[in-house]
Design a protein around this ligand. Sequence first.
Ligand code: ADP
Ligand code: MG
Ligand code: MG
Length: 910
Amino acid sequence: MQTKKWVFGFDELDAVKNQVGEDVDAVRGLLGGKGANLAEMVRIGLPVPHGFTVSTEACNAFLKSGGTFPKGMWDQVLSALQTVEAKTDKRFGSDDSPLLVSCRSGAKFSMPGMMDTVLNIGLNSQTVAAMIRLTDDPRFVYDAYRRLIQMFGSVVMGIDDEPFEAVITAARRAAGVENDTELSAEAWQQVVLHFKAVYRRHTTHDFPEDPLKQLKMATEAVFKSWNGKRAVDYRTAAGIAHDLGTAVSIVTMVFGNMGDDCATGVAMTRNGSTGENHLEGDYLTNAQGEDVVAGIRMTRDISLLKEEMPAAYTEFERIARLLENHYREMQDMEFTIEKGKLWMLQTRDGKRTAQAAVRIAVEMADGGLIDRQTAVLRIKPEQVDFFLHPQFDPKATAGGRLLARGLNVSPGAAVGQVAFDANMAESWAKNDGKSVIMARPETKPDDVHGMLAAQGILTSRGGRTSHAALVARQFGKPAVVGASTITIDLTNRLMTVGNHTIHEGEWISIDGTTGVVYEGKLETMVPDIKDPWLIKLLSWADEFRTLGVWANADYPQDARRALEYGAQGIGLCRSEHMFFETDRLPHFQRMILTDYPVERREALAALLPFQRQDFAGLFRVMQGRPVIIRLIDPPLHEFLPDLVELVSELADLKIRLKHAADMAAIDTLLAEIRQKELLRKRAQSLREANPMLGLRGVRLGIYIPELTTMQVRAIFEAACMVVKEGIDVHPEVMIPLTSHVNELIRQRSVLEAEARAVMTENGMEIAYKFGSMIELPRAALTADRIADHAEFFSFGTNDLTQTTFGISRDDAETGFLIEYMESGILPANPFATLDRDGVGELIDMAVKRGRTTKPALECGICGEHGGDPKSIALCHELGLSYVSCSPFRVPVARLAAAHAALRDKQKKST
Ligand code: ADP
Ligand code: MG
Ligand code: MG
């Protein structure tokens, strides 16, 4: 039986493909990215030093066996080495023309700097002498030798750099020079002796003189570095599998440190931060590879190489262009120039910012290098998000003082003076023009004005769909929630982390992208949202997608933003948000508090003009696009002050009453007590053990029909008004929390009568739809009957997830749900990404059943999931008509929907 092939020469790509097939991914899997690309560069005729790659399979076999090379591997290495010797006309370990090699790690996915490489393998006392004879440059040879001992010592034997650095420092001092480059050959020769002593002291062995032993030990060490802590941590963070293994590439050494006609450097074909199409990079003359990244010497900009070594530069420029065209991707390359001759040592796809990624993809498509589909697929939807929020300067976060960590619920950077309540936040921002971070234990609907005025939001409690998180995302406010190590002391107006205190008014910085809270005022950068490349890319995405993208917007300014970002309709206007505003809340509370129908009607009549004006504003902005208005949804107690606070305020007032000095004071106190007492009683009577499953949604409309009737009147009066202004209007009236079709039938008859009445009063017809949210399992299960009485469905996936799992999201997201995800009981947070098997199945069923009754039934989703790329892909699969998300997620959703459509197309064509 033939033994397996573990080792492949750079010119043996055919043998590789025999083993794993033509697939680029499989080739990279076997040779690692570095090995695969070295072989590919050889194939297309680029100057790469001779060499070969030991496969990842060999690494895995080695690691599995507990540290022995698989059978036949070492023999294959030796024979590959012979081939290299023949090609280079040098011999490993020979004392007339010695071959030196590097032993380099390289995994399937690039893990920059995570694993190890040893250069100059093959040097020992004899070969050093030979090299000196050949080069006539003892300084260079001893420098190379000491590098080998240090790298080998650190990579193979785990010796710290310090004892080595100490030797060099001492040598510099003895010679009275500042830089390593000024050290003489003799000095380096001494350094080598000392390095060998360091090596022996730390390992109790002599430095191995046998080149083959060096090569073997280095190969073993590189294999083992796959499981080094650094590499494991990196893979965990980057989501790279732990069982891929690393390949080892053995490469003939070329020298950038043999004089002033030598250099070494790294360069990218395009600018990694901006995407501009020109070479970017750094180099050093008379240096070896690792010096460039190590930062010991000041590197020079690649453009200077043009003057210093014009021929080599021109050649490099040509190869860079060629490689980019070949891979159809921006390349990141390592090169070395030895006595004027250019050698390519590595190429890989370059890392880049979101901005650069978009510009590069678009320019490559415009230049015909890739097609538009590829360009669209190259950008991850999440990358689009970076364009919409200010970010911290990375330099600032690196130097920042970390205060706490929480959930990164709404991306972007925010800097401000901390304020501990909404009124303070609003007044500081509006009256004093301050930048404010509003920090609260958690937020409530009546905190919204403060949140809007603030630059960012911080809470110590609450989860990803807590009120704070939702509102923050809705308005694109950076937010960190559930930073549980922070204790906010509202009485003393301060917050503490451990024994560290921040007083109200002090500066803090929060990073909603990472969930980190910093002390002080960090520098931010505002990325350009008018980015022309992004606009172009998204317009291509629009041509590919079939799913509509709508937005959740309660106010005209949100709608305007949504439109600007490309929304095609409003999928959710939460009509009750408007009741929380200061000029409306008293009327609404009066409506709740009264026992008299007349007074209730009066209160509602007072609210009508407000709602009409709000809806008219939305209709005007949306210019005939669909606008779905959801009738009142939350339980009424949310509109009243907190019961516990009321009780303590009452106790306070009663004490003050006891000590009141005069009649006038007593009178005001009594009136206040009466009012508070009324609020307390009502709040008490509205108290429910489980308000989220209580009197809310359609149940409210059935309980207080005048309330929803008023809302419908407002919608249709607004519609008539705006149509009269010559603007097309398409309202869709949505009933929340339906569980039984009878609820819908009952509400619909009342509401349609009102709609009809308004249209008759105005003498006009408005084309409208009447529909239901599907956010309870029962509604999904009976969707065929519900569809008899609805023209559209909108899946409220927040509640649907909550009621399907029987998990209260706000409690769970900071508690056991986290553990569920960490321990793998749940693969992902179902409140962030739609649960395909459960909630997805219910949606699928509801869409199908609904459409058997009404084939043209419009189906969309308006939960938080509407802005999540994975959930959007599922919505595409389930045949929904649109997703609706916060305006700030609209661009992300447009791209995600295009990805879903393109992947679908690819799947069907294969
Ligand atoms: P990393 O993956 O950390 O970049 P590399 O294996 O690419 O590690 O090597 C580290 C440095 O050594 C790079 O600058 C590389 O260009 C250089 N290098 C590697 N092999 C050789 C060689 N055979 N000749 C000259 N320089 C080399
Ligand atoms: Mg490299
Ligand atoms: Mg709901």
